[in-house]
Each structure stands twice: as structure tokens, then as C-alpha cells.
Unconditional design. Structure first.
Length: 490
């Protein structure tokens, strides 16, 4: 029974740890541990940051691609490139951030200084260390330096100031400082009681920034349980450690742990086949070297993206496809309408004769010359009216394809249009096949519009009904302008 209770307790504890890790789902064994999964930098290329170490914190030598097997969502990745960070740069870059606010107290500040100086004494002579202090403000005291004497003096000169504690601001600035030069073997050590008061960023902002820049955050602290828990959360999610000031040699052990982690840090690079769907995915690293067998796993989320070189989410892809199909359909309809209109209006073949707009023959006595917008009865035109009666008449093309050409009117009726069967043919695409006609009635010449597409204009006014023509009248069909000329009856 006790065995079952222990198993259930362990299972619940595992779930709680997963929740505390804020959805990262990172876990590992005694030999291999995943610190971070970089998905956003160069997707679909993914980088997995992990460490390999022995139980005694000693180094496991000669780890290469043959010792690592990677699974993505349960499927084995065929090609994994392994990069050993310790082989690229043996220098370790550390940033110390020391809490000097009044909430620390003189005793705790003295312990913090001693702990910081102890790490400096234990560090390798080639290690580069930078120094910050924070209270109401965050201030850099030393840039990266190998001078232990200068660092010690700066630490001794730190005193308590201010009423606020900008803990998260100081960590954020330290991460930003470390991420500028693309350093690989780097870490931050924060000496604090875990209290934050007035920072403009949150713990989650710090965690996100540190994970993106692959910077582990370590803590040397002594404070309330809630403050220690928050420091532990930040350290766990960024690949760092937590040391307590109450324990002897904790600072030395912290530095040793940092050093071992840096010297055994690797990057596994591979090309993912998953889509940027915004969903959670899983990877698993397996270590095999000699008799050593271990595994570590992590969960990561690929951000939903519509980048040109990435495959969009299926719903977005379907929506985009529907839009493309609709645009193509509308384009095809427009093209078909244009082709139909062109073939209907631009065909050079003779078309069936249209029924003229005015089927009956008009007598001259039916026509009036008064303006249309007045209600006056117009005087009757007689055959002997000298204003309308002409012995002969002709058209002179003023503007158009055959400008200056003369068209004599020999017949009692002529038609104007683009079709070859017309009496007056004009090569103007704006002119209908049968556009207008001029008919002789009792020695007067009347202008008719034959239901043309663009209309017939007499002296710049659209012709709405047949009208008699004067000498020098302007007739416009399409873009072609004719002048009506006539010789009066003697």
C-alpha cells in the first residue's frame, strides 16, 4: 500500500513540476539535461541546448553525433549536427549583480560580499567577470575584467542605498549585456534576498529574454520561502542554479556547477518537418556512450507564422486558397465579358441589318425646328424652305481616321458606320457597325441615329430624334467629326 502511495505522490509531484515550469515540459536524467529549445531564430532549423555530465560532476568525454539520438513527436530525426560549445571558447563570461538596497540589511550584505569575493577567488584567471549593483537604480560598476583586485575593490565599496529593489530590471540588463557579443559560455549570478520592488519588467519577461539568448541565471540568496521559490523558478527555467547563503561552501559549489555546465554544454541542430501551426510539440534526446544510457525530453511551441518560406496553418491555408480561387473566378468572368463585348462590337464581318430606330418614313411636314425643351408648336417646313432645301450635299470629314476626305451624297439615303456595307465607312472603334443615316426628304436632308452604342451628336448635342441639317452643321459619331455641306436650290 505504501508503495502505491509513493508512486501516486511521485506522479503528482511530476505534474506540479511541469506546471511550475510554465509549459516548457523539460525533464532529464542524471547524465543529460535539456536547457532550452530555440525554435524562433531560424525555423525550420531548431537548436536544442543541453548538457552532459557524470554523477560526480566530472566531464563525459568524446560526445559526438553517434552518441546522440533525437526524436521529434515520436519520429527519429535522421540527421543531427552536434556542436560542443566548450571546444569553441574556453573562456567563461560571468556577470555578478549584487543587491544593495536597504531591505538587504548590513549583515546579509556583508555575507553577499564575502560570497561574491569567494567565487572570484575560485574562478579561473582567464574568466571574464562584470559587476552590477542595484537598488533604486541599476548601475554597472565594472565591465568584463580579469583583474581580481579591481573587482574586489568594487565589491568592498558597495553600500546600501535607496528604498526600492529593482531585481528584475538588473537581471534584464545583465542578460542584455551578455547577449550583445554573441558569447556562448556565459552565466549570470545574482546575489539577493529575492525581493523585487518597482521593476518595470516581470519575472516572466526576464525568463523569456534569458531563454531566447540562452543565458542561465543563477542565484545566491537568503530570504523568505516565497522569494526563494521565485528565484528557483527563474533558475530552473533558464538552466541556472540556486545556492543558499546559509550553507557553507554553497558559493564555491555554485561556481563549480556553473563551470561544469558550461564545459559540458552542447547544441543539437536539426531541420524540423513540422508546420508552424502554433501547437505544442515534443522532442526527446537519448544518450548512448559505452554503458551509459539516459534520455531527456522537452515540449516546445512553434509560433504560428505566414512567412514566405514557411507553411501556414491549415485553416489559414484554406482561407487563402478560397480567396485566390475567388479572384481567379472573377478575373475569368471579366475576361469573358470583355471578349464577348469585343467580338460583338469589333467584328469586321457584316452583321445582320439592324432594325432602324425609326421604322416609318418621316414627312418633312412632321419635323419642327424649335428647341426641344420648349412647349411651342414649331412652324411647318415646306419643300421650298431655303434654310433646308439643297440641290446637292456632301460630308467633309474634319476629325477622324480620314481627315479631309469628302463624301458626296448622291442617293436619297446613306448610312454611316464601321461596317463595310455602309455608304460612309469610318475605321473608328468607337463607331457602331451601323451608326447613323442621312435621308433626303423633299430636298431637305435629315439626320437619324440608328440606336448606336455611343450615340450621334449634332452640333455637340446628342441626337434624340431625327433633325434636318443646315449647311456647316457638325455631325459627330464616335471620335469622328463630319461637316455637312450643301448647295442651295437656285
Amino acid at each position: 500500500m505504501k508503495h502505491y502511495i509513493s508512486s501516486i505522490t511521485a506522479f503528482i509531484f511530476t505534474i506540479l513540476v511541469t506546471v511550475v515550469l510554465n509549459g516548457t515540459g523539460v525533464y532529464g536524467g542524471p547524465f543529460i539535461s535539456i536547457q532550452n529549445v530555440d525554435v524562433t531564430t531560424d525555423f525550420p532549423a531548431i537548436k536544442v541546448f543541453f548538457t552532459v555530465k557524470n554523477r560526480g560532476s566530472s566531464e563525459i568525454q568524446n560526445i559526438d553525433e553517434d552518441n546522440i539520438v533525437l526524436y521529434e513527436d515520436g519520429y527519429r530525426v535522421n540527421y543531427v549536427k552536434l556542436l560542443n560549445l566548450s571546444k569553441k571558447n574556453d573562456l567563461l563570461y560571468l556577470v555578478f549583480s549584487i543587491d544593495s538596497s536597504k531591505s538587504i540589511g548590513h549583515k546579509l550584505l556583508s555575507e553577499i560580499k564575502s560570497s561574491a569575493k569567494e567565487i572570484i577567488r575560485r574562478s579561473h584567471s582567464r574568466d571574464k567577470i562584470a559587476l552590477y549593483r542595484f537598488n533604486d537604480e541599476v548601475l554597472m560598476l565594472n565591465n568584463f575584467s580579469s583583474s581580481r583586485e579591481s573587482l574586489m575593490r568594487s565589491i568592498d565599496n558597495i553600500s546600501m542605498h535607496g528604498s526600492r529593489t529593482l531585481l528584475y530590471n538588473s537581471i534584464y540588463d545583465a542578460v542584455d549585456f551578455l547577449s550583445r557579443d554573441g558569447l556562448n559560455r556565459k552565466a549570470i549570478v545574482v546575489f539577493t534576498d529575492g525581493r523585487d520592488d518597482g521593476s518595470s519588467v516581470t519575472a516572466d519577461d526576464v525568463i523569456k529574454f534569458a531563454r531566447e539568448s540562452h543565458t542561465p541565471i543563477n542565484f545566491v540568496c537568503s530570504g523568505s520561502s516565497s522569494a526563494m521559490k521565485q528565484c528557483g523558478r527563474i533558475a530552473t527555467l533558464t538552466g541556472g542554479r540556486v545556492a543558499s547563503l546559509k550553507k557553507q561552501n554553497s558559493s564555491t559549489q555554485l561556481y563549480t556547477g556553473i563551470l561544469n555546465s558550461m564545459r559540458n554544454q552542447y547544441i543539437a541542430q536539426y531541420r524540423s518537418i513540422i508546420n508552424p501551426d502554433g501547437e505544442k510539440h515534443h522532442i526527446e534526446l537519448r544518450l548512448r556512450q559505452g554503458t551509459i544510457r539516459d534520455r531527456a525530453a522537452a515540449a516546445f511551441t512553434v509560433p504560428l507564422s505566414l512567412s514566405l518560406f514557411q507553411i501556414p496553418h491549415i485553416s489559414v491555408l484554406f482561407f487563402a486558397l478560397m480567396i485566390i480561387l475567388m479572384v481567379m473566378l472573377i478575373t475569368v468572368i471579366i475576361i469573358l465579358l470583355l471578349k464577348y463585348r469585343r467580338s460583338h462590337t469589333c467584328s469586321e464581318a457584316p452583321a445582320p441589318m439592324r432594325q432602324p430606330a425609326y421604322r416609318q418614313d418621316y414627312n418633312l411636314s412632321d419635323l419642327t425646328t424649335a428647341p426641344e425643351d420648349t412647349g411651342q408648336k414649331q412652324p411647318v417646313i415646306t419643300p421650298d424652305d431655303p434654310d433646308y432645301a439643297y440641290a446637292r450635299a456632301w460630308l467633309l470629314q474634319k476629325d477622324g481616321p480620314e481627315s479631309g476626305k469628302k463624301f458626296p451624297i448622291f442617293w436619297d439615303q446613306i448610312t454611316l458606320g464601321r461596317g463595310e456595307h455602309n455608304t460612309v465607312v469610318t475605321n473608328d472603334q468607337a463607331v457602331s457597325l451601323e451608326h447613323a443615316k442621312i435621308k433626303r426628304v423633299n430636298n431637305a436632308y435629315l439626320l437619324f441615329d440608328l440606336a448606336s452604342d455611343n450615340g450621334t451628336f449634332l452640333n455637340n448635342k446628342k441626337l434624340l430624334r431625327p433633325k434636318p441639317l443646315y449647311d456647316w452643321d457638325e455631325i459627330k459619331i464616335g471620335r469622328t467629326l463630319f461637316i455637312f455641306r450643301g448647295t442651295k436650290l437656285s
